[in-house]
Design a binder for this molecule. Sequence first.
Ligand SMILES: NC(=O)c1ccc[n+]([C@@H]2O[C@H](COP(=O)([O-])OP(=O)(O)OC[C@H]3O[C@@H](n4cnc5c(N)ncnc54)[C@H](O)[C@@H]3O)[C@@H](O)[C@H]2O)c1
Length: 260
Amino acid sequence: MQLQDRVAIVTGSAQGIGRAIAKKLASGGARVLATDIQGEKVARVAEEIGEAGGIALPFGADVSNAVEVDQMVKLALDTYGQIDILVNNAGGSGNIGLDHIEDISEELWDQIVDGNLKSAFLCCRGVVPHMKSKRSGKIVNFSSMTARGTFGPRGTSAVRLPYAGAKSGIIGFTAQLAKDLGEFNINVNAVMPGFVLTEPGARVADRFTALSSEEQEHQRTSIPLGRPGEPHEVAAVVAFLVSDEASYVSGAVIPVSGGL
Ligand SMILES: NC(=O)c1ccc[n+]([C@@H]2O[C@H](COP(=O)([O-])OP(=O)(O)OC[C@H]3O[C@@H](n4cnc5c(N)ncnc54)[C@H](O)[C@@H]3O)[C@@H](O)[C@H]2O)c1
């Protein structure tokens, strides 16, 4: 991975998959703006990157808030002078397990959809003028196998309905944006993780641990490769998509799901 001279914004990088991506891109030489709504936690990730010899600046921001996204983009440009890569990893299905549409409040719907879909729109809107002006850029959005509606047993996704809607929206958003930005040499792709077991204390790991051993076994065996993915396995695909090696890949939605 040759990412020297590249600047990457990685959203949601305080933990889980985003943390692995920030570390991976930094290890390839990119200067990273590591952002997360958990400001203190993302500061520790930036420290870890620095200790490993990389360059990362932390920034606490809610990427579903337009003002904070604009501040994030300005900080990246003021600090590093350029933005080459945007990874819209922030998102998730929340922590409240609700399975029935009748139980989902309008507020919760907005929170999940904004956190997963509007956030991607706002971050792309923020960086695209800069990428257009230099006629290059790489954007990776985050969908989920849950977008297919039938993925897996209950457990690792909390409020599945708005989450599936938002992650499905990411697919159309990615396809259209790739088409719109192709003439500016900006590649826009999405990854579609299946079940990725993050570190203890992160959302998915905690929900998985709370399942019975039978439910855990069912979840594992429903995956063709017979095991959950690991954050670094998603980070590796993202690293490929933002590299020069993926110069002719745009508008793709790549499952990283162990064969689901
Ligand atoms: N882990 C999986 O099995 C899995 C499967 C499919 C898709 N995904 C997607 O991958 C991405 C990362 O998942 P994860 O398991 O690492 O999740 P996670 O919850 O462990 O980490 C997500 C990070 O995003 C941050 N975040 C959430 N909303 C934010 C906001 N509005 N503004 C700023 N930061 C925000 C959180 O604070 C957290 O640090 C998400 O988009 C998720 O939907 C994960």
